[in-house]
Design a protein around this ligand. Structure first.
Ligand code: RVK
Ligand code: MG
Ligand code: MG
Length: 320
């Protein structure tokens, strides 16, 4: 693998990785691992579900919005991001109930600062902010101090709970480490860096990263991984699951994604987050072409996502 940090291929890999993971997990979102196993044996191909095979859901739609807004504003801007999320909002894609409610409120004129506090007490701690964060990670990969701040602003527009914001920052940092690696990643050093990145409020994530290390030292059953890391739509119960899927299968984008999706639960989102980290490491060239060929490619489809990634790469890496 050519380890060129921040290469165009790897930025595109982070974007398309999100898309591929989202689409691969889409047909079995909400299923248990046992249900997936009984019905499919294993999910390894793009299958039809609620939507056609290769269709993305809210995860990728919001990632697209984030990339559009970053490019338009040349940085993170909460007001523009809120408007962009509302403009792109397509309920057919399937949004988390909290996020759908926040976007409705914003569309009715509520400032996002208030709307994002109104849906749950203290705001949402769902994984909706982490699942879409790849563009922030790529945009700020060369400015780690800015990365945390930008990830948190990008989260706060819909997810005001500190655990959602910390989860988004952690996921962004994992993607940026992966994107910036200049050689093969050492899983334990990777976890160490993630731990150092956490804020004092990130205690739940610190515990989960300890579990990731323990699980990496053994050959745990799927049930043990789910029991210790989680596979649901809370950020605390999915971000570290994606990090683990990536690190368990460092050698292959395909194996990391197949592992992530077959854990069941929030499959599209754990797939999307694993895909972002692994795609930033392996690049577009590491993504199976048979999966890329299946992705929807109409308006704002595969070609558009690739263009957004290439444009963002140009801004960040060619600007000097
Ligand atoms: C449909 C209590 C809370 C909470 C709080 C729980 C899409 C709720 C994507 C909520 C992802 C869920 C997913 C998700 C992304 C959050 N108190 N419960 N303070 N905060 N929850 O609704 O964008 O699939 O059960 O904000 O984060 O594919 O329904 O949405 O799987 O977490 O939705 O949080 O979800 P939301 P989101
Ligand atoms: Mg989704
Ligand atoms: Mg999901």
């Amino acid at each position: 693998m050519p380890f060129q940090p921040g290469s165009r291929d790897r930025v595109i890999g982070a974007f398309l990785g999100t898309f591929v993971g989202d689409a691969l997990g889409m047909p079995v979102e909400g299923w248990t691992a046992e249900e997936i196993c009984a019905h499919y044996g294993e999910v390894r191909e793009m299958l039809p579900g609620r939507l056609r095979a290769g269709t993305y859901t809210d995860d990728t739609e919001m990632m697209i919005g984030l990339a559009e807004s970053l490019l338009r504003c040349q940085g993170i801007d909460g007001d523009d991001l809120a408007r962009t999320f509302c403009r792109n909002f397509n309920t057919r894609r399937g949004y988390g109930p909290g996020t759908a409610a926040v976007l409705d409120l914003i569309s009715q004129g509520k400032p996002w600062e208030e709307a994002s506090q109104m849906v749950f007490p203290g705001g949402s701690y769902g994984n909706g902010a982490a699942m879409r964060v790849a563009p922030v990670a790529c945009f700020y990969a060369r400015e780690p101090a800015q990365l945390r701040r930008a990830a948190i602003v990008s989260a706060r527009v819909t997810h005001a709970h500190p655990l959602a914001m910390e989860g988004a920052a952690l996921q962004a940092y994992a993607i940026s480490l992966s994107l910036s690696s200049t050689g093969p990643i050492d899983a334990f050093k990777f976890v160490e860096k993630l731990r150092d990145f956490l804020s004092p409020e990130g205690e739940e994530y610190r515990k989960k990263l300890g579990c990731v290390e323990e699980l990496l030292r053994s050959t745990p059953s799927r049930d043990e991984v789910i029991a210790r890391l989680g596979n649901d739509s809370r950020a605390t119960h999915s971000v570290c699951t994606a990090i683990y899927a990536f690190l368990r299968h460092l050698e292959s984008f395909e194996e990391a994604l197949v592992y992530a999706v077959n854990l069941g639960g929030d499959t599209d989102t754990i797939g999307a987050m694993t895909g972002a980290i692994s795609g930033a490491y392996h690049g577009k060239d590491g993504i199976p072409p048979r999966w890329l060929d299946k992705l929807e490619n109409g308006s704002k489809g595969r070609r558009y996502v690739e263009e957004l990634a290439a444009e963002l790469w140009k801004v960040v890496y060619l600007a000097g």
